[in-house]
Design a protein around this ligand. Structure first.
Ligand code: SF4
Length: 210
């Protein structure tokens, strides 16, 4: 299988339960809920995306012919040392491309493999960490994993319903939008009202990391 990668870079995970961890970010191109073109945003199933996942022109991006070559690039990005190797596979929607061959190739190089998905496609097998971030009005088929990350507020999503899904961590994260202050207030409000949820902030944006 070939892989279309938007970008691939070393950074610190900025959000969620693994926030602060050194990680290689592997961002696949493409998403099944939005084309990524501004002209299509209003009509998209997911309209609040803050990520450029179109094409393969980002740092470290490109088309990779096979899982071994892509895993080699991830390893090169990490550099020396095998301790606590972590790769975060994201997008776009990573489950359009992530398969067991790539998971295995990353494992062979000593990486824990984390993935961040919108949950509308079944997760690849063999993952070490799965974060699902549900979008209102979509059919989420992946209702178990390690971390449920709810971008908030979203009309049409009931947090009480999500609490029945099988996750270890329930995180509420303010939507990155024009009215950011109101979103922060809403996310704090949810965490205060429903103690199952913890507040997650996009710390990489606060400290200027990609
Ligand atoms: S599902 Fe994720 S990657 Fe796709 S458009 Fe929405 S926020 Fe962006």
């Amino acid at each position: 299988m070939t892989y279309a990668v938007k970008e691939l870079f070393l950074t610190l995970q900025g959000e969620g339960a693994q926030s602060g961890s050194r990680a290689v970010f592997l961002r696949f191109a493409g998403c099944n809920l939005w084309s990524g073109r501004e002209a299509d945003r209003a009509a998209a199933q997911c309209s609040f995306c803050d990520t450029d996942f179109v094409g393969t022109d980002g740092q470290g991006g490109g088309n990779f012919a096979d899982s071994e070559g892509l895993a080699d690039s991830v390893e090169r990005e990490w550099g020396d040392g095998r301790e606590n190797r972590l790769v975060v596979v994201t997008g776009g929607e990573p489950m359009l491309q992530l398969d067991s061959a790539l998971v295995d190739a990353l494992h062979e190089r000593g990486f824990r493999v984390a993935a961040e998905s919108n949950g509308t496609l079944p997760a690849a097998t063999g993952l070490d960490w799965l974060c699902v971030s549900p979008k209102a009005g979509t059919d989420v088929v992946q209702r178990s994993g390690n971390e449920l990350k709810l971008v908030w507020p979203q009309a049409g999503i009931d947090p009480a319903e999500l609490e029945r899904w099988e996750f270890e961590h329930f995180l509420v994260q303010p939507m990155d939008c024009a009215d950011g202050e109101a979103a922060v207030e809403a996310a704090i409000g949810l965490a205060m009202k429903r103690p199952k949820w913890r507040l997650s902030l996009q710390s990489h944006k606060l400290v200027g990391l990609p």
